[in-house]
Design a protein around this ligand. Structure first.
Ligand SMILES: Cc1cc2nc3c(=O)[nH]c(=O)nc-3n(C[C@H](O)[C@H](O)[C@H](O)COP(=O)(O)OP(=O)(O)OC[C@H]3O[C@@H](n4cnc5c(N)ncnc54)[C@H](O)[C@@H]3O)c2cc1C
Ligand SMILES: NC(=O)c1ccc[n+]([C@@H]2O[C@H](COP(=O)([O-])OP(=O)(O)OC[C@H]3O[C@@H](n4cnc5c(N)ncnc54)[C@H](OP(=O)(O)O)[C@@H]3O)[C@@H](O)[C@H]2O)c1
Length: 274
């Protein structure tokens, strides 16, 4: 196995492209998850929940770009991302080594379906995520509009192990102390983290906890229904497909920017798994 050089020791650290942005901070959560913050281009406007293309210069000197949800809210002066480390992944095998002061490429063209405009008005908003699929909700949980539009927000996040929940857990815990949205969040955000392969306080797949009604019982909520409940979904293809079937069984229908309905879906990544 050849040793990988940190990005800061490679030609990729200073991109010298118009879309270069400087890394401000990096935090490693597990051996396969990290988050980082970069400078926000002055011209970049986005809706909380959207994604952009980011990357590094590849070995061939061409940009190597991947879709990434912006994990910070639209009002934040910096941009935050939450990333997987795929051992042989073309981008993340390098990106995982970025350090403050390095440059990454960021194409300032935000898009995506996980936006408030794509849902009809409702009372309870469900954020349903597995793995790094929590990233767009890290943005939306810090977005004032989320709490202005809904009486209640439920964040369900499921990972195999407890350590993989930590980024979301710390983010949720910090919300009440946030000077901008702390008061808005108070009493409105219900957090429901579960693990599936390591014992923890709450366990089970999101699909099972929704279909069995366990989550409604645990949180003291009425069963999900078309009149009051709205949902945003972000996970693997298999998760998205299965959870859509559960949402449909409660009468919710998939919407889009062009046709708002009761739920919207985005892939957290393309592929069947590492
Ligand atoms: C709309 C959209 C938004 C995305 N947002 C994010 C994000 O916020 N954070 C993030 O880490 N990734 C995100 N991704 C995935 C991202 O685009 C890349 O696939 C990822 O960074 C790995 O890049 P790579 O070049 O190292 O490997 P790739 O060649 O892109 O992927 C190799 C394999 O790794 C697996 N994989 C890729 N990404 C993930 C993941 N996130 N979780 C688990 N397995 C994965 C898949 O099996 C994939 O086939 C998003 C993808 C899409 C389509
Ligand atoms: N997480 C790790 O520790 C780890 C370590 C090394 C490599 N990997 C590899 O990385 C890839 C991605 O792993 P990941 O853990 O990020 O994502 P993942 O396999 O999609 O699992 C994330 C969470 O989603 C659940 N889930 C998966 N499919 C679902 C479905 N159809 N319906 C409802 N819930 C579903 C999983 O539950 P279940 O546990 O019940 O499947 C797990 O709690 C996998 O190929 C894996 O082999 C993972």
């Amino acid at each position: 196995m050849t040793e990988q050089k940190p990005v800061s020791e490679t030609a990729a650290s200073k991109v010298t492209l118009p879309d270069a942005q400087t890394v401000i901070s990096v935090k490693h959560w597990t051996d396969r998850l990290f988050s980082f913050r970069v400078a926000r281009p002055k011209s970049l406007r986005f809706r909380s929940g959207e994604f952009v293309m980011i990357g590094l210069l590849g070995d061939n000197g061409k940009p190597l770009l991947r879709a990434y949800s912006i994990a910070s809210p639209a009002w934040d002066e910096e941009l935050e991302f939450y990333s997987i480390k795929v051992p042989d992944g073309p981008l993340t095998s390098k990106l995982q080594h970025i350090q403050p002061g390095d440059d990454i490429i960021l194409r300032p063209k935000p898009v995506g379906t996980l936006v408030h405009d794509a849902l009809l008005p409702g009372k309870t908003l469900w954020f349903l995520a597995t793995g790094t699929g929590i990233a767009p909700f890290a943005s939306l949980m810090r977005e004032p509009e989320t709490y202005e539009k809904y009486d209640r927000v439920v964040m369900m996040h499921t990972c195999r192990e407890q350590a993989e929940l930590e980024y979301g857990r710390q983010l949720v815990e910090g919300l009440k102390d946030d000077p901008l949205i702390g008061e808005l969040v108070e009493g409105k955000l219900l957090y429901y983290p579960t693990t599936t392969r390591e014992p923890s306080e709450r366990m089970g797949r999101i699909t099972d906890n929704l279909a069995s009604g366990k989550v409604f019982e645990d949180l003291g909520l009425p069963k999900m229904n078309q009149e009051t409940d709205r949902a945003m979904v972000c996970g693997s293809l298999a998760f998205n497909k299965d959870v859509m079937a559960v949402l449909e069984s409660y009468g919710l229908r998939e919407g889009a920017n062009s046709e708002p309905r009761e739920y919207v879906v985005e892939k957290a990544f393309v592929g069947d798994g590492i």
